[in-house]
Design a protein around this ligand. Structure first.
Ligand SMILES: [Zn+2]
Length: 144
């Protein structure tokens, strides 16, 4: 997937140390994702706790296994009503596939995610969702 991560001249190790949301805000691709009115209505209706439990289910099923046959394509681009707000958050936060998890979060592909990594990924997703929901779908990773 075409993506600009704003690395420029920075060595990867140094780039990874920059705050994730700061790095995401520099990516034109990542920062174009926002919660739609339908996503926000869905969250309002189900509540944050339910959305968080969906995030756990989705991450465990689609990201956590060591081998994912369709890695890079397992996260639909669509939010509610036909997709899910968590999918949108995954694209916005580069937690959409193991390739992006490795590149953006420094979590190696090719092995099962640990429980701590699953917690981390869900926290990243839900931080983005909560910011977006609070800002009426306009915060995204690029809010300042
Ligand atoms: Zn990805």
């Amino acid at each position: 997937m075409k993506d600009t991560n704003g690395t420029g001249y920075l060595p990867r190790e140094q780039w990874l140390e920059i705050d994730l949301f700061e790095r995401l805000s520099r990516s034109a691709f990542r920062s174009r994702f926002h919660l739609s009115a339908a996503d926000r209505a869905y969250i309002e209706k189900r509540g944050m706790d339910t959305v968080r439990s969906h995030a756990y289910d989705l991450v465990r099923k689609r990201l956590a296994p060591a081998q994912i046959p369709n890695d890079g394509k397992q996260t639909p681009m669509r939010g509610a009503p036909k997709g899910h707000p968590v999918f949108v958050a995954q694209h916005a936060t580069a937690t959409c596939c193991r390739g992006c998890l490795e590149k953006w979060h420094g979590i190696p592909a090719g092995r099962e995610l640990t429980e701590a990594e699953i917690d981390y990924v869900v926290d990243v997703i839900m931080t983005w969702v909560e910011r977006e929901a609070a800002a009426g779908g306009r915060a995204g990773a690029g809010s300042r």
